[in-house]
Design a protein around this ligand. Structure first.
Ligand code: SF4
Length: 86
């Protein structure tokens, strides 16, 4: 089973890739190469959810042209896309 999440990092942030939205453009791999890789279907999966710090992952999520990367904080509030908190 491909690991598109959700996965919870040791710092409490939760990461997920919406496989229905992901269109294989690999922007996320360019911005966070230690965290993401593409599976055999060309969808982003987590190679190592701890691979980059949360700021880098937020930039990767913002760089995804279809907003397929979802990040939540420890309280379960969505940071990206459509942030529920500042
Ligand atoms: S940038 Fe977005 S669409 Fe492209 S591979 Fe990553 S998650 Fe998928």
């Amino acid at each position: 089973m491909p690991n598109s999440g959700p996965v919870v990092r040791s710092d409490g942030y939760e990461l997920e890739v919406d496989r229905d939205l992901c269109v294989t453009l690999a922007v996320c791999l360019g911005l966070a190469p230690e965290t993401f890789e593409l599976d055999t279907e060309g969808k982003a999966v987590f190679k190592n959810p701890e691979g980059e710090d949360i700021h880098t992952l937020l930039e990767a999520a913002k760089g995804c042209p279809v907003n397929a990367i979802i990040i939540r904080n420890k309280e379960g509030k969505r940071l990206w896309p459509d942030p529920e908190v500042d």
